[in-house]
Design a protein around this ligand. Structure first.
Ligand code: ATP
Length: 219
């Protein structure tokens, strides 16, 4: 067994954190990180793969053409967004390039994690299917749709229709709540998040300690 295999063989308590656009995934993940959890954000990883000269750029240019790259070698996001909204086949081709690379980079980051447990931030965890069996718990950050719309309109300066179009491509609030093991309700001020994060952090620490002490059939 090589070094990587023996590292992968160690039990690890993995949590998948998800939520609709603007529900507060990053805000909550930051609170867990401040308490010592290792946080790996798949959106940030995806972003770095398509940043100037990112690892996915050669394959993307080959697939979609140089017109989808900016002069500095990054993905032209606006152009790609317009294409995949209009053409589901293009979305599949984009995902076919990005998803395996995100998986690989995410696994590599997890091998370096030093926290007592790992939180993977995965916006489309429930939609994408393969993540569910890769984590021990699914944590959904939950908020009413009206709150989502208001937050994203404010943060991104997007019109309401565009925010609702993005939300329409995601599972509903009810579906997400059903799929989750744990739920944090983020419909009020930031101070309401702290006790919820503290309670779950204590639970995850205890579960992680329990996992390390027993054989882990999942790995
Ligand atoms: P995205 O899906 O777009 O990545 P997200 O789920 O990571 O979003 P955040 O970026 O954490 O969501 O939050 C969206 C916006 O709402 C941010 O501007 C954030 O500061 C704000 N926000 C989140 N939670 C609260 C809260 N409880 N009170 C006030 N503002 C909040």
């Amino acid at each position: 067994m090589d070094k990587q295999d023996s590292t992968r063989g160690m039990p690890r308590f993995d949590v998948g954190l998800t939520g609709g656009i603007g529900c507060g995934k990053t805000t909550v993940a930051d609170l867990f990180a401040a308490r010592g959890a290792s946080v790996i954000d798949t959106d940030q990883i995806a972003h770095s793969l398509t940043a100037p000269h990112g690892a996915a750029m050669p394959a993307l240019v080959e697939e979609f053409g140089a017109a989808f790259a900016t002069p500095d070698g990054a993905l032209d996001r606006a152009k790609m967004r317009a294409l995949v909204f209009a053409d589901p086949g293009a979305r599949s081709r984009l995902e076919g390039i990005l998803h395996p690379r995100i998986r690989e980079a995410t696994a590599a980051a997890a091998l370096l994690a030093t926290g007592p447990y790992v939180i993977f931030v995965v916006p489309l965890l429930i939609e994408s299917g393969t993540w569910r069996e890769r984590v021990v718990r699914v944590l959904a950050i939950d908020c009413p749709e009206e709150v989502q719309v208001a937050r994203v309109m404010t943060r991104n300066g997007l019109p309401e229709a565009q925010v609702r179009a993005i939300m329409a491509a995601q599972v509903t609030r009810a579906q997400r709540r059903l799929a989750a093991d744990d739920i944090i309700l983020n419909d009020d001020g930031l101070d309401t998040l702290v006790p919820q994060v503290d309670r779950l952090h204590a639970f995850y620490l205890a579960e992680a300690a329990r996992l390390v002490g027993v054989p882990n059939e999942r790995l």
